[in-house]
Design a protein around this ligand. Structure first.
Ligand code: BES
Ligand code: MN
Ligand code: ZN
Length: 499
């Protein structure tokens, strides 16, 4: 797994010795004054690139220069858009663009600087954090399953954050957070990337065990027999079509006496749809149906490294969803852990079945707040595309808090309403609730279903089906898994911990 180490560089820009110096620049007609010295040392190419209009500084714009002098072998200009609109996310993204380019160039070292004119008053700590996060994201790759990669490139080994020595302490504080988040991000993407025949429910449990051992977390893993004993019948119903045993994984990170936050992640390691089978086209992508679980495990990797003063419980209901002679069928009625009965209309609406039992189980921890992340509905892609997470919940203050964490994290959330009118979608003739509401408002129906099982705690549901992975190749990340949720969860937790 490509792991990138971050360092600080406090030399003036023109003095940074590196195979690749990336500089984040805002949109503008001329070279910012802060880069004049670098440009002189480099032979004037920066000013010419901007004056000619070849480099405009728009978001994702980049231009590679081979300077005729100075200490950097290459200089990469990276655009962040209008200076007044620059956020943490713009800088994170620029760092990711730079790191992705570094990998393509075969540069094992990257130095990254933000032109002060492009900083828009961002705090030094924020800069340190998001540069490390972005570099880790952009440099990521997965070649483990190829005998020989098509285009072998060395890993990007280090990112040096170039900063003013006066700000080094604050930048280093952010760097530390960024390192922790980058590690969680890396783990989540790695787990997401694993094929379904490798990443099974018991594999996820093994990975949770590794985390528990490494960081001293509490761990409970329920197997099929234990699930029967506990009465997690909705999870068992989904699992009954597969020879792979389900697992219910509970990780506990404890660092205070206070109440715990709970994170629940959907861990369907392959979703064929079951008896209500999916079309073959792109079905292979359904290995990503454990992305919520990956976000929870990734966040625990981050927690283990950062050790904030707070308690966090991670819960992962995990199973495959397969058709077979033993599989749950449309029309079956199951009795959930909470006691409500569920008519299974569509076996492909399995995520809500396993999550509803987790939402019921979590009550024993008396959580201060519960967040769940799930690749729950194709409908969220119709509503929001691949840009935003769909959020729903039962508590406006918590919703606002989560959305704010999402903004800081660069994992934006957009709310959908859980109005009473939508509850009608789930009315069953035979049971307390049915698991599918038909064609309209699919994401809301999923959210409403979960809400039926939320009893006594503030809760927010994140539908990450549109954001967990990409088929396209954007400039700031490799196509495939995005680890969405790790940064949002971490930002949420750190803020709650007062860190
Ligand atoms: N895992 C899918 C949702 C999904 C779709 C994730 C596309 C990622 C990309 C989920 O289990 C599912 O199949 N949902 C159904 C629900 C329907 C049957 C009510 C869907 O979205 O079609
Ligand atoms: Mn499904
Ligand atoms: Zn699914």
């Amino acid at each position: 797994m490509s792991e990138i180490t971050s360092t600080l560089a406090t030399a003036p820009l023109a003095q940074v010795e590196t195979p690749l110096l990336a500089v984040a620049l805002a949109q503008g007609p001329a070279l910012p004054a802060s880069l004049a010295e670098l440009d002189r040392a480099a032979g004037g190419g920066l000013a010419r690139a901007i004056a000619s209009g070849d480099f405009k500084g728009k978001r994702d714009d980049s231009l590679l220069l081979y300077p005729s002098g100075g200490k950097a072998q290459r200089i990469l200009l990276v655009g962040v858009g209008k200076s007044g609109e620059v956020t943490r996310s713009s800088i994170r993204r620029a760092a990711a663009v730079a790191a992705k380019r570094a990998r393509a160039l075969g540069a094992t070292q990257l130095a990254f600087a933000v032109a002060p004119e492009a900083r828009n008053n961002l705090a030094a700590k924020d800069l340190g954090q998001v540069i490390v996060e972005g570099a880790g994201q952009g440099a990521w790759t997965f070649t483990e399953l190829k005998a020989a990669p098509d285009d072998p490139k060395p890993d990007v080994e280090t990112v040096a954050i170039v900063c003013d020595p006066k700000e080094a302490t604050q930048v280093a504080a952010g760097q530390k957070v960024g390192d922790g988040i980058a590690a969680g991000h890396r783990l989540a993407r790695y787990l997401q990337m694993q094929p379904g025949n490798v990443c099974t429910p018991s594999y996820l449990a093994d990975r949770a065990q590794q985390l528990a051992t490494a960081y001293g977390f509490g761990l409970t893993v329920l197997d099929r027999a234990a699930l029967q004993k506990e009465g997690l019948a909705a999870l068992l119903a989904v699992a009954q079509g597969s020879v792979q045993e389900p697992r219910f994984i509970v990780l506990e990170y404890r660092a205070t006496d206070g109440a715990a936050l709970a994170l629940i992640g959907k861990g369907v390691t392959f979703d064929s749809g079951g008896i209500s089978i999916k079309p073959a086209q792109n079905m292979e992508d359904m290995k990503f149906d454990m992305s919520g679980a990956a976000a929870v495990l990734g966040t625990f990797e981050t927690l283990g490294r950062l050790r904030p003063k707070i308690n966090v419980i991670g819960l992962i209901p995990s199973t495959e969803n397969l058709p077979s002679g033993t599989a749950v069928k449309p029309g079956d009625v199951i009795k959930s852990h909470l006691g409500k009965t569920i008519e299974v209309i569509n076996t492909d609406a399995e995520g809500r079945l396993i999550l509803c039992d987790a939402l019921s189980y979590v009550r024993r921890f008396k959580p201060a707040a519960v967040l769940d992340a799930a690749t729950l509905t194709g409908a969220v892609v119709v509503a929001l595309g691949h840009v935003a997470i769909g959020v729903m919940g039962n508590d406006e203050a918590l919703l606002a808090e989560v959305r704010e964490a999402g903004e800081r994290a660069g994992e934006r959330c957009w709310p959908l309403p859980l109005w009473d009118e939508y509850r009608e979608l789930l009315k069953s003739d035979i049971a307390d609730v049915k698991n599918s509401g038909g064609r309209g408002a699919g994401t809301i129906a999923g959210g409403w279903f979960l809400r039926e099982f939320v009893d006594g705690f503030p809760w927010v549901h994140l539908d990450i089906a549109g954001t967990a992975y990409t088929d396209a190749e954007p400039p700031h990340q490799t196509k495939g898994p995005t680890a969405v949720g790790v940064r949002l969860f971490t930002e949420f937790i750190l803020k709650r911990a007062g860190a």
